[in-house]
Ligand binder design. Structure first.
Ligand SMILES: [Ca+2]
Ligand SMILES: [Ca+2]
Ligand SMILES: [Ca+2]
Ligand SMILES: [Ca+2]
Length: 495
């Protein structure tokens, strides 16, 4: 692998180096893979989670042949585990026991050691007919894929429909599941905290809305920081208001106590802002992304807003998609932050792969600066590639999965994915790092193992060292005496 440096200007020994920038193209690991082995019918609504070392699990909804009266298929939740190098571990497996009802729309979270929890919506059938009640279920697994429990019901209030669960987990394995509850009288957001051992922590809680004109709250998402404080975001529909739909959020302490009241995430409010995603860094900085209609004159676009842990917005909301086609839409974003707040967004992008919709992604530094350009994720491009999900490891590996048109056009949708290595800067020590005297320091990346002396030397056109300089490898690389840079790397302050 080779780093490409943006040469901001020419620097010599003892000159002050400003904030550093690296242009990072997407660094795929291996080829695009198909997660589902059983390909007949639909495999869709995929999600993915990754542990600290890059091992990951993909889950999805699979339409399995099933005979029950007029019903000829039933939705099951299936999964596939992977090693950090992208090789599959064992076979595709069913997440739940054999259940006499359909299971749909899974979400998954994983702790740093690889233990994971899958949640989904259970659809009830009665006399061969889908009846208007669903509930939220979950099941816990060890890192080796062994179930830690049977399937458990998550929601307590169970009148009519509970659906669209999302889940997030802290480093200790405590997790929170949120979902949408739809009854004839209300569309509301509920949540339930769980301890790492899978025990419900406190009662389920309902997200309150402070705006009396809100008619319904839908499609919640949740993100925990390292020690369990969390933020829930959702979309809210107004009654007869031109703002139509906005994105709201509410912060919570790890113990479930709401912090302040809910707040509107989006600044541009006319029309529809919907389908939020949210992700946090280690200490609770968070980013929300959503799709917005009519905001930039191009149909649907993806916008985002950065926040401090205390809920204060950082900077202004920003458009994430760069690519714009004639009848444009960018849809369904997902987000991931690394522990330092660098982030990657992915979404469905019309026209990006030359055939209907493809999957785009964009890397950002923690300060909101775009890192490299929007890039195309999917290799197989025929017709639809939509609904991406992204997960990242502490070592900077990340994986994007999505639902894709089938290769032979007979098996509808499949679940595909692509593994990547990010190049985010982790830290500088000291920061700012002084170069040119007797000082030395360390610049650490997620991708420390990728940095070798030969690779550094190979970048000589953009980066050079005077005699006497040394580069020490190991954890990060070290630069010291008399280093001369013509370009530099990362967002570290080098003075
Ligand atoms: Ca299929
Ligand atoms: Ca129910
Ligand atoms: Ca709106
Ligand atoms: Ca396509």
């Amino acid at each position: 692998m080779k780093y490409t440096f943006i040469v901001a200007s020419f620097f010599t020994m003892l000159l002050f180096l400003p904030g550093l920038l690296v242009s990072i193209d997407a660094q795929p690991i291996g080829s695009e893979f198909r997660a589902n082995s059983f390909t007949a019918n639909f495999q869709q609504n995929s999600d993915v989670a990754m542990d600290a070392n890059g091992n990951f699990v993909v889950v999805w909804e699979s339409w399995i042949p099933y005979s029950m009266g007029v019903i000829d298929s039933i939705q099951e939740i299936h999964g596939q585990r992977y090693m950090a190098d992208g090789s599959a571990i064992g076979n595709e497996f069913r997440i739940h026991e054999e259940l006499p009802v359909g299971q749909t729309k899974p979400a998954v979270a994983m702790d740093q050691h690889g233990n994971f929890v899958v949640t989904w919506t259970g659809i009830a059938y009665q006399d061969d007919t889908l009846v208007s009640t669903t509930d939220i279920y979950a099941r816990r697994f060890q890192a080796n894929g062994t179930p830690l429990s049977s399937t458990v019901k998550v929601n307590t209030y169970n009148i009519e429909i509970q659906q669209y669960p999302r889940i997030s987990m802290d480093t200790l394995g405590d997790f929170v599941i949120v979902w949408e509850s739809n009854t004839t009288s209300a569309n509301e957001i509920y949540g339930q905290r769980f301890s790492a051992s899978g025990v419900k922590a406190g009662s389920e809680f309902k997200i309150l809305n402070s705006n009396v004109f809100i008619e319904s709250q839908k499609r919640p998402v949740v993100s925990l920081d390292f020690d369990g404080d969390f933020v829930v975001a959702w979309q809210a529909d107004y009654i007869g208001h031109p703002d139509s739909i906005d994105i709201y959020a509410q912060r919570y302490q790890a113990n479930g106590v709401a912090i302040g009241s809910d707040f509107i995430v989006n600044t541009f409010k006319p029309g529809v802002q919907e389908f939020a995603s949210i992700a946090s860094d280690s200490d609770g900085d968070f980013v929300v992304a959503w799709q917005s209609t009519g905001q930039d004159g191009t149909g649907y676009s993806i916008f985002g807003q950065r926040f401090q842990p205390n809920g204060a917005p950082v900077g202004v909301e920003f458009r994430i998609n760069t690519f714009v086609s004639s009848s444009h839409y960018s849809i369904g974003p997902d987000l991931v932050l690394d522990k330092s707040g660098n982030f990657i967004a992915t979404w469905g992008e019309q026209g990006i792969d030359g055939d209907a919709i493809g999957i785009s992604a964009q890397c950002y530094l923690a300060d909101g600066t775009k890192l490299g350009n929007e890039f195309l994720v999917n290799t197989y491009s025929e017709f639809l590639q939509i609904s991406p999900s992204i997960a990242m490891a502490a070592n900077g590996k990340y994986v994007i999965v999505w639902e894709s048109s089938d290769e032979d056009d007979t098996n509808y949708l499949d679940v595909r994915g692509q593994l990547y290595q990010s190049k985010f800067l982790e830290s500088c020590s000291p920061d700012p790092l002084m170069l040119g005297g007797s000082e030395s320091g360390t610049v650490s990346y997620h991708t420390q193992q990728d940095i070798t002396s030969s690779q550094m030397i190979s970048t000589g056109a953009n980066m050079s060292y005077q005699a006497g300089t040394f580069i020490t490898l190991g954890i990060g690389f070290e630069v010291a005496n008399n280093a001369t840079f013509t370009g530099a790397i990362g967002s570290c302050n080098v003075n």
